[in-house]
Design a protein around this ligand. Structure first.
Ligand SMILES: [Zn+2]
Length: 115
């Protein structure tokens, strides 16, 4: 624990000064997650990324939805919701809460968005 003294005050001032709007914006961007554009799962690590036909990876879809350039399951959005709910319940969410979240999130994802 630091004792409150002159140095501490100086540090606090410096910290305040360095927090310019530019830095804050950059931090916000770094906090943003990439979500699978098919199931809405946050893609937090490279191994969760889908794979493309040429063996590369894509952050657009997760590995469960997208393999070698094609979707692993040919499903409707409603079926995708039913597939996802049990996984979200497993991770501690209420079923109604999970369903509600998916129903509001999935229609905005690239795979399901109707232009
Ligand atoms: Zn996915």
């Amino acid at each position: 624990m630091l004792v409150e003294n002159g140095w501490l005050d100086a540090d606090a001032g410096a910290e305040k000064f360095s927090k310019s709007p530019v830095r804050t914006k950059k931090e916000d961007l770094m906090d943003q997650h990439v979500y699978c554009q098919s199931c809405g799962m946050p893609i937090t690590e490279a191994k969760l990324m889908g794979t493309t036909k040429d063996g590369g990876t894509t952050e657009e879809f997760c590995t469960y939805c997208y393999q070698k350039g094609t979707f692993t399951q040919d499903v409707t959005m409603e079926e995708m919701i039913e597939t996802c709910v049990p996984h979200m319940v497993d991770s501690g969410m209420q079923e109604t809460e999970a369903r509600e979240l998916l129903c509001t999130t999935l229609p905005n994802l690239a795979r399901w968005k109707k232009v």
